[in-house]
Design a binder for this molecule. Structure first.
Ligand SMILES: Cc1ncc(COP(=O)(O)O)c(C=O)c1O
Length: 382
């Protein structure tokens, strides 16, 4: 029998899979598990978005769309960039994809050659190094520290740049650390990109979930010619299952990404594209409500975990915290296993995020669940 492809055998399955599988097994056995491992808002998709989907179905909008995405949606995305990020894009600089993950994949496919180095600040979202490696790229990690609130040190970033560097991947607000880079940091990164002729892939998926007041500056603001901005409907409008993401980039990059998409998925789902127009054009009341709820939950989980001997910095964005679980076990995988088995709380070990000694908890759940999870974690080993 022929073996599986080399590319497949190198690919790591998602680190949440093992925890989720065990948590599911326990749930099926009737155990009351609090799930803090998921990466999605717990709110339902807002009604006006669902209504737009129902309307699109009624009108029979069920056929292939242009592979770049429906022009009506790309126009709504251009308007979003103008309104929220003060960026001018034409619709040939926008690609609609099946989730933000596919936008990242298309961009990596379009821009990475074998041997190219891609700089990724750590802790990072696990998909980045995997996608870089799919195209023969070499991930180069720049570590950041909990005691600095996971802020990126520009001199450490510059020290990681070599003649083989081709791209920096930014994710602010970050999954898993929740760090939001300051405008000055983003500007400094863009200066380095200019100096060393690098692409910047800026994953801004969590831009609306920030607690510092206003949206963080978009990297493209400093030089749109070097930046591929990744964003989407999943986290901002509680639409993870609809699978709509998008990329904004120079037209020649989008053209290459279009060729890739045209030969893989053809286009994103037509009904979800219509729903996303409604999301983008009328989003503020929902976003404000969600942000206020996440802020209250963040405050509760950070205070709670710190009070039970799991030091946890206060993140400025997204809906995750990284908690130091060395009180429970020095190895984060063991700590996550103990927390699941004894506290019946599902968390993700930091190993694959390069957050050693930490576990990631998602606070996209109720305040009651947060309080109960903290109580149970506090009781472990007490
Ligand atoms: C940082 C980050 N970027 C991108 C994505 C992908 O989003 P989507 O579900 O739209 O593919 C996620 C999802 O967890 C994420 O955490």
């Amino acid at each position: 029998m022929k073996a599986l492809s080399l590319a497949t055998t190198k690919l790591k399955p998602s680190s949440t899979v093992a925890v989720s599988a065990r948590a599911m097994e326990l749930k099926r056995a009737g155990v009351d598990i609090i799930s803090m491992s998921v990466g999605e808002p717990d709110f339902d998709t807002p009604e006006h978005i669902k209504e737009a989907a129902r309307e699109a179905l009624k009108l029979g909008k069920t056929k292939y769309t242009p592979s770049l995405g429906m022009p009506e949606l790309r126009e709504a995305i251009c308007a979003k960039f103008k309104r929220e990020n003060n960026l001018e894009y034409a619709i040939n600089q926008i690609q609609v994809t099946s989730g933000g993950k596919q936008a990242l994949y298309n961009a990596c496919f379009a821009l990475i050659n074998p041997g190219d180095e891609v700089i990724i600040p750590a802790p990072f979202w696990v998909t980045y190094p995997e996608q870089v490696q799919m195209f023969g790229g070499v991930p180069v990690f720049v570590d950041t520290k909990a005691e600095d609130g996971y802020q990126l040190d520009l001199s450490a970033l510059e020290a990681a740049i070599t003649p083989r560097s081709t791209m920096i991947i930014l994710n602010s607000p970050s999954n898993p650390s929740g760090v939001v880079y300051s405008d000055q940091t983003i500007e400094g990164i863009m200066e380095l990109a200019e100096k060393h002729d690098l692409w910047v892939m800026s994953d801004e998926m969590y831009e609306h979930i920030t607690y510092t007041g206003g949206l963080p500056v978009s990297a493209a603001k400093f030089n749109p010619e070097r930046v591929i901005t990744i964003n989407g409907a999943s986290k901002a409008y509680s639409m993870t299952g609809w699978r709509i993401g998008f990329a904004a980039a120079p037209a020649h990059v989008i053209k290459a990404m279009d060729a890739i998409q045209g030969q893989t998925t053809s286009s994103a789902n037509s009904i979800a594209q219509w729903a996303s127009i409604a999301a983008l054009n009328d989003s503020y009341s929902y976003i404000e409500q969600a942000r206020a709820a996440f802020l209250e939950r963040r405050n509760a989980i950070v205070a709670g975990l710190n009070s039970v001997g799991c030091p946890t910095p206060t993140p400025d964005g997204a809906f995750y915290v990284l908690a130091d679980t060395s009180r429970i076990h020095s190895d984060e995988n063991e700590a996550a296993r103990i927390i699941l088995e004894q506290a019946k709380v599902a968390v993700v070990p930091g190993t694959d995020f390069r957050a050693f000694g930490k576990v990631r908890l998602s606070y996209a759940c109720s305040l009651e669940q947060i309080a109960e999870a903290v109580r149970r974690i506090g009781a472990v080993g007490a």
